[in-house]
Design a protein around this ligand. Structure first.
Ligand SMILES: *Cc1c(COP(=O)(O)O)cnc(C)c1O
Length: 450
């Protein structure tokens, strides 16, 4: 058993230590930079809500032999020979994804969620068609019709937003605008909205005005797959997602799910509509991710992500940090730093200096331009992957509050930095806690040659 799995693993990893040694000799400048990034990841508290540390199983497949195979087309309908194995791999990815989400049709080829989103729009709409989406500054995504994105130039875009007092999506406003503007497509899901979205209510409105409904679940897809937040799939005609945020898989990939009747149009919009040959190693990495997602450890991880986000919120609130909507239902928090007389950019820089990586973000009704902004976005997914728990997140929240209240105090910053350095000292990027016991037993067996 152990011998067999050793052989399989040996064949997956093409980059032998010998070749890594060559690279170090031939291109030391590049190798030094990669090693520095590696150390940066190990040494910092990563709270960027759109980042995670991908599963070792997914990583083992990225860059495997599959990376070199031209598989233009779809399983059984390729434009090059020798596709029997990659056909089976893509079929496996699709079947696992459909099983996981209970969707009717799935496409796994788009090379990012943004590309999947553009393909979807092209499959469903004609240029000039009216669409309705969440305003970017209220938490939407640029590929949902922002003026500077191709989606904003091709279609007639209207936006809904959040209510001023609640900072939550105002469903009455959504209904009102939908009735007035008769969109062909309504888009929900965003990048900096910390609350669950009422997909059923969106579906009702879409039905009332005879529009199609698209849910972009890029941020919460992992939580949704683990069933710790409500699913969009039963309610939406289309669901798109990346696979690298709360879903701990590879970057450079996406999933596109839809009702059967749209399957052909969606597939054609991805290839040949917008892309050439897909990245088969990334498709395999996602097939591994989909299997992993169905295991109990992933559900435990996802529950921990939610619990840790609550702890982080609690720590921040204890120190007087205002959170947009007062808190979160997901992994994502949006802190308003206006009261500290800091811009989002200044707060981001202050936190970076202390070893905490976040990103500045606009908040609803922001008075600052996006380049400065008034918010800092944070997420619990990445550091939960590293194995931090509730008390750590609570502590991080209070330390962030301390930093924000003392932005110019070097002594405070040095103290916080030392505490955080100790917290991450020796932590792996991917905690053994999230690996199934049975594979750990094989990997760690004394006879293993890996
Ligand atoms: C992150 C994000 C995307 C983009 O994903 P990429 O794979 O990086 O292109 C799309 N939509 C939403 C809502 C996102 O948050």
């Amino acid at each position: 058993m152990s011998d067999e799995s050793t052989t399989i693993r040996g064949r997956l990893n093409e980059v032998s230590p010998r070749w890594q040694g060559h690279l170090a000799i031939d291109d030391p400048c590049l190798v030094t930079l990669v090693e520095a990034e590696s150390r940066r990841q190990e040494d910092s508290i990563t709270l960027v809500a759109s980042e995670n540390f991908s599963s070792p199983r997914s990583r083992a497949l990225e860059g495997s032999a599959l990376a070199d195979k031209n598989a233009e087309g779809y399983p059984g309908k390729r434009f090059a020979a020798g596709c029997e194995y990659v056909d089976a791999i893509e079929g496996l990815a699709i079947a696992r994804l459909k099983e996981l989400f209970g969707c009717e049709h799935a496409n796994v080829q788009a090379m990012s969620a943004t590309i999947a989103n553009v393909a979807l729009l092209q499959a469903v709409l004609k240029p000039g068609d009216p669409i309705l989406s969440m305003r970017l500054t209220d938490g939407g995504h640029l590929s949902h019709g922002a003026a500077f994105h191709t989606s904003g130039r091709l279609y007639q875009v209207r936006h809904y937003g959040v209510g001023k007092a609640t900072e939550r999506i105002d469903m009455d406003e959504v209904r009102h605008i939908a009735k007035a503007t008769k969109p062909k497509l309504i888009i929900c899901g965003g990048s900096s909205y910390p609350r669950n979205i009422d997909y059923a209510a969106f579906a009702d409105i879409a039905q009332e005005v005879d529009a199609l409904l698209w849910a972009d679940i890029a941020h919460v897809a992992g939580l949704m797959a683990a069933r710790v937040v409500p699913s969009a799939v039963p309610h939406a005609d289309f669901v798109t997602s990346s696979t690298h945020k709360t879903w701990r898989g590879p970057r450079g990939g996406s999933v596109l799910m839809c009702r059967q009747e749209w399957g052909h149009a969606i597939d054609r919009a991805v290839f040949p509509g917008i892309q050439g040959a897909p990245k088969m190693d990334i498709i395999a990495a996602r097939a591994a991710l989909f299997k992993e997602t169905a295991e109990p450890e992933f559900a435990q991880y996802s529950s921990a992500v939610l619990e840790n986000a609550q702890a982080l919120a609690e720590g921040l609130r204890d120190e007087g940090v205002r959170l947009v909507t007062g808190g979160t239902d997901t992994h994502l928090l949006l802190a308003d730093v206006t009261d500290f007389e800091l811009s989002g950019l200044e707060a981001e820089q202050l936190l970076t200096q202390a070893g905490i990586t976040t990103n500045k973000n606009v908040i609803p009704f922001d008075k600052q331009p996006p380049s400065l902004s008034s918010g800092v976005r944070m997420g619990s997914a990445a550091m939960t992957t590293r194995g931090l728990g509730r008390s750590d997140f609570l502590h991080i929240g209070t330390l962030i509050g301390t930093l924000l209240r003392n932005p110019t105090d070097d002594g405070v910053r040095n103290r916080v930095q030392a505490i955080l350095a100790e917290m991450v000292e020796g932590l792996p990027l991917f905690s053994d806690r999230w690996l199934p016991r049975r594979s750990l037993a094989v990997i760690d067996a004394p006879t293993s040659r890996v």
